[in-house]
Write a protein that binds this ligand. Structure first.
Ligand code: AMP
Length: 190
């Protein structure tokens, strides 16, 4: 099963991706998690990444595209994957579509998590009490949301037009279990 998830930060796509990954035994490829893991290395690259991420800005495509390509070609992904947080802009989207075509990888479902700004802000602030993320504060949340609506939402719209039958919009303000239930139902027909 190959899935792509879209949705603003705090829309709950990471939570659903984890649940789906466990249930279907496929990797949850969160580019945010992959990048945060790289921050643990105490080198120049990590310092550069840390500045970008804690400011809520996007890491350059030249860094993230090859990371994703490597992961998708790895043995872990031979039975499928859940892409969470990628693609995030037009360049990444072109790269991914080209990559999938070249490698004959067919996406089964694209899920767009729809949630209003107030709900996601509230959720991110709640999360900040539990996880200690440098980018979960009000000022940076604003930048991340602005980036999402300016750069990522148009990409989701493009995927919606290109993959009409495979595109599923979910009301992400619902309870976790209801979202999970709706996604599982939709996957039965994927
Ligand atoms: P996330 O956990 O998906 O909210 O990502 C956290 C941060 O990691 C983002 O605000 C970006 O700085 C960086 N990041 C994650 N995914 C990408 C991506 N696809 N392209 C560029 N930067 C990314």
């Amino acid at each position: 099963m190959k899935l792509i998830l879209f949705g603003p930060p705090g829309s709950g796509k990471g939570t659903q991706a984890s649940l789906l990954a466990k249930k279907n035994q496929i990797p949850h490829l969160s580019t945010g998690d992959i990048l945060r893991f790289k921050l643990q290395q105490d080198d120049n690259f990590a310092q550069k990444l840390s500045k970008i991420i804690s400011g809520g800005n996007l890491v350059p495509d030249t860094i993230i595209n090859p990371i994703v390509a490597d992961k998708l070609l790895s043995n872990d992904c031979k039975n499928g994957f859940i892409l969470d947080g990628y693609p995030r802009n037009k360049d990444q989207s072109n790269f991914l579509i080209d990559f999938l075509e070249k490698n004959k990888l067919d996406i089964d479902l694209i899920i767009d998590f729809i949630a209003d700004t107030n709900t996601v802000k509230k959720r991110i602030l709640e999360r900040s009490k539990i996880e200690n993320r440098s980018d979960d504060n009000l000022e940076v949340i604003k930048t991340r949301l602005d980036k999402y609506f300016a750069e990522t939402q148009p990409v989701a719209a493009m995927f919606k037009a290109k993959f009409k039958e495979k595109f599923f919009e979910i009301n992400a303000t619902q309870e976790i279990t209801k979202i999970q239930y709706d996604i599982e139902n939709r996957l039965k027909n994927a």
